[in-house]
Design a protein around this ligand. Structure first.
Ligand code: ADP
Ligand code: GLC
Length: 508
């Protein structure tokens, strides 16, 4: 069934975090920027997120939030839980944000956990959120063409649409799309949590909601959604293999024809070295040296590093988890630091990595700086002040920092995996490759692989003509959302076509 190619779509995006309201990682950047890009493309967009009230209050850039007056109650396994809906305009767009307020579940300072670890009631919290989304759409008569779900926290939604809400009506023309941002987080819980989902217990089976003896909310979304996407073409292939599928590769191979890899974009207004308000000096592709040098000097001073313009400054801004390749960095740190480079880390995560990095900083004062915490303006200053950015990830669905780095004239060193492979072009030392290269890419997950890439980078650093070209190639890349948002719209139209086709067939 064909859908008019230029018709305006009514899109509801559901996400457990979105900038500027809340952020723990790239999902928040993507949910926010995609909302803006789809709205700018002329679609009617509603973003639905949980309202982590203490997290957004007083936060820079958060728009004014109003009460809609709508309240709804969901029976959470015999416990009636009432939520309310607040709204805001998404900054600089016509898109609307609906914030799901439920003080017991969401009045917390962090979305998923605190220093003691993940919250024990996460399955209940996000089952509530997932059940709230179609209920709010029904009560507000939103009648979306597309319900776009993101990660396990919203995985239940496509299942509810195809079952409970299919019977209630109001969603006859609604298609669901499920986006995987990271297969490593699946929302796997005990079978005893099944009543929280509001789904018939019969769906606890390997074709629908059960995987490897657990209720699996990501799998639920992958089994029920009309179309599936993930955040880079290479990751789309990797997750269909046993090595990259985290136990769900069989299902993904089965649904391969419905799976599309779409590379994330970045918000080029928020991440713009020419206008970024937190930088010491702005700079642009044709005149980056002076501005970047001032940003570097400011960063060295702010972080207590030696004031040395000639020392290549390597940086990393990251969740400190196994995924990010910190063990490789630890393995080469000694030999790297012997080469008079400087190292800057900003991150939070596993205690083990936090301590490891802090110990390194203590051993190399003035040469290594480690900031444990979440600091968005420092992240911008690091992107601007560093010379090289490290992302030796074990796996990486997309990764955003390698794109921010290129835009800020910071040359990335990445592993050839997932979205990193799709967004950094390797410089192999030849004049031909210098025409397009934007960084250094190594294949094997090993200290030797990373070390060889660092060697290549430090050789290139010594030649200012080569370095200038690498920086400029990266700064000229277009990472804006416009192209990727268009690809999502293609997927949306495909999903809607499927739904309308099914309806037509059922009528016959
Ligand atoms: P992931 O989503 O796996 O964490 P991405 O590269 O897609 O990885 O996105 C990470 C985002 O979170 C980037 O915008 C990065 O700048 C930001 N970020 C990560 N850790 C911190 C931190 N400690 N402080 C500020 N920003 C951070
Ligand atoms: C995930 C991935 C990261 C990706 C982000 C946004 O957290 O780890 O690679 O960029 O989601 O899609």
């Amino acid at each position: 069934m064909s859908i008019q190619q230029n018709s305006r779509l009514r899109i509801v995006l559901a996400s457990s975090e979105a900038v500027p309201f809340s952020k723990t990682g790239g999902l928040a950047d993507v949910a926010g920027a995609l909302t803006g890009a789809l709205s700018h493309a002329g679609h009617e967009v509603t973003l639905i997120i949980p309202d982590y009230t203490p997290l957004r209050q007083g936060k820079a850039g958060v728009p004014e939030v109003h009460d809609t007056g709508l309240q709804f109650t969901i029976d959470m396994n015999g416990r009636p839980m009432t939520g309310s809906v607040h709204w805001a305009l998404y900054p600089q767009t016509d898109a609307r944000v609906l914030l799901v307020k439920q003080p017991v579940y969401f009045d917390r300072g962090q979305p998923y956990g605190d220093v003691a670890g993940a919250y024990g009631d996460n399955s209940e919290r996000f089952c509530f959120f997932s059940r709230a989304v179609p209920e709010i759409c029904r009560r507000m008569v939103l009648r979306p063409d597309i319900l776009h779900c993101n990660d396990w926290q919203t995985g239940l939604i496509p299942a509810l649409l195809n079952t409970h809400y299919a019977k209630l009506g109001g969603f006859e023309r609604t298609a669901s799309v499920m986006t995987i941002h990271n297969m490593a987080y699946q929302g796997a819980f005990g079978k005893s949590d099944m009543p929280l989902t509001g789904m018939h217990p019969g769906f606890y089976n390997p074709s629908h909601m059960e995987a490897w003896g657990h209720l699996n909310l990501l799998k639920t979304g992958l089994a029920f959604a009309d179309q599936l996407t993930t955040v880079s073409p290479t990751y789309a292939s990797e997750i269909c293999t046993q090595e990259g599928g985290c136990g769900l590769d069989g299902l993904l191979r089965w649904r391969k024809s419905a799976l599309t890899g779409i590379l994330n974009g970045i918000d080029t207004h928020v991440w713009n070295p020419a206008t970024d308000p937190v930088l010491q000096a702005g700079f642009s592709v044709d005149n980056w040296q002076d501005g970047k040098a001032r940003c570097k000097a400011h960063l060295q001073q702010r972080l207590g590093l030696a004031d040395n313009p000639a020392a290549p400054l390597f940086a990393m801004v990251s969740r400190l988890v196994d995924q990010k390749g910190l063990d490789l960095i630890a393995a080469i740190a000694g030999s790297l630091l012997a080469r008079q480079v400087q190292l800057v880390f900003l991150g939070t995560g596993d205690r083990y990595y936090e301590h490891l990095l802090q110990e390194t900083a203590q051993r190399y004062p003035g040469q290594v700086s480690v900031t444990i915490g979440f600091d968005e303006s420092l992240a911008h200053q690091i992107e601007a002040g560093a010379d090289l950015f490290l992302m030796p990830s074990r796996f990486e669905p997309c990764g955003l920092n390698q794109m921010y780095s290129q835009r800020y004239g910071t040359v990335p060193i990445v592993r050839q995996v997932g979205g990193l492979a799709d967004s950094v072009i390797h410089y192999d030392g030849t004049a031909d490759s210098l025409k397009t290269a934007t960084g250094f890419v190594f294949a094997n997950y090993s200290a030797a692989g990373l070390s060889a890439a660092v060697d290549q980078a430090l050789t290139a650093w010594q030649d200012s003509t080569v370095w200038n070209r690498l920086v400029q190639n990266g700064m000229r890349c277009d990472w804006s959302w416009d192209r990727s948002a268009g690809k999502y719209v293609e997927v949306y139209r495909r999903a809607l076509g499927q739904v309308l086709q099914r309806r037509a067939e059922n009528r016959l």
